[in-house]
Design a protein around this ligand. Structure first.
Ligand SMILES: C[S@@+](CC[C@H](N)C(=O)[O-])C[C@H]1O[C@@H](n2cnc3c(N)ncnc32)[C@H](O)[C@@H]1O
Length: 264
């Protein structure tokens, strides 16, 4: 039978995918690695089908390897007999504990079939929560900013693990970025907070991310001409050169998002 890695999304129970919900409903056991993922899972699965796993709060690699070996040894026999799920917040393959389980299963229990059900990741959910557009053709980097770190380089970055927002902010502003912070986005527990003031998120909360951007990626788009502006450069209707206008529909079609003829 199968071990499913199921992404639960950012935290609100109705952001679990239909496929994820179906897997949870029919799984014999649903293993959760933490309190938050457990609370989302229990919206879809009765408590008695939730299996808890013990993970030590440590950076000691030997202790962590032991904990994952024990977890895999507990899961493997149930996954041979029936279908089981291991849930993670967001997507199981993005910055997730599921990677440890997948590697450990492959090393010690490679007869167990494994399937992943993707989840709504904070990497994409942030755009809606922060009302940010990442237009087609943009680059977007995912970085970590733990301990006040300020990674710089790409023009657009999502920063995870923003644990010291004021310190991170200082480095980013020095490097000419505009920054918006999001805390507990689409989460059932606690208030969602979106702010551009690092003081609002100065108190440490693991579920905090930032979006940093320098120069406006939407400024060159054809439809930017629809935005109210005093700028004289927009009075030409916002059209690009003929070459660019020809490229844009082709790129959009490649993304399955064909624009109507009138707004090319
Ligand atoms: C280890 S990563 C887990 C990412 C997860 N697997 C996903 O795909 O979204 C944890 C980091 O993601 C960010 N994050 C995850 N969920 C979040 C949420 N609901 N609101 C704000 N930040 C979130 C935070 O920066 C947090 O420190």
């Amino acid at each position: 039978m199968t071990l499913y890695g199921v992404g639960l999304g950012p935290g609100q129970s109705d952001l679990v995918t239909v496929r994820g919900k179906r897997v949870l409903e029919r799984a014999d056991v649903v293993y959760s690695p933490g309190r938050l993922s457990r609370s989302v899972a229990t919206e879809h699965v009765p408590e008695e089908r939730i299996g808890d796993l013990d993970f030590p709060m440590t950076r000691d690699e030997e202790k962590l390897r032991c904990a994952w070996k024990e977890a895999a040894a507990a899961i493997a026999p149930t996954a041979r007999e029936g279908d089981v799920a291991f849930v993670t917040l967001g997507d199981p393959n993005v910055y997730s504990t599921f990677g440890h389980l997948r590697r450990t299963m492959a090393a010690f229990h490679d007869d167990v079939d494994l399937e992943v059900v993707p989840g709504v990741s904070a990497v994409t959910a942030f755009a809606t929560a922060l009302d940010v557009e990442i237009p087609a053709g943009s680059g977007l980097a995912l970085r970590e900013a733990a301990g006040g770190h300020s990674p710089t380089g790409p023009d657009r970055m999502v920063l995870f693990k923003v644990t010291d927002a004021p310190a991170t902010h200082e480095g980013l502003v020095d490097a000419d970025y505009d920054v918006v912070y999001g805390r507990r986005l689409f989460m059932e527990q606690g208030e969602t907070l979106v702010t551009d003031d690092p003081a609002d998120v100065a108190e440490r909360d693991y579920y905090t991310l930032a979006y940093a951007e320098r120069d406006d990626p939407t400024a060159d788009l054809a439809t930017a001409a629809f935005e109210p502006t005093d700028s004289p450069t927009a009075t030409d209707g916002g059209r690009r050169s003929n070459d660019d206008a020809a490229i844009e529909p082709a790129e959009s079609e490649a993304c399955g998002d064909e624009p109507p003829e009138t707004i090319r």
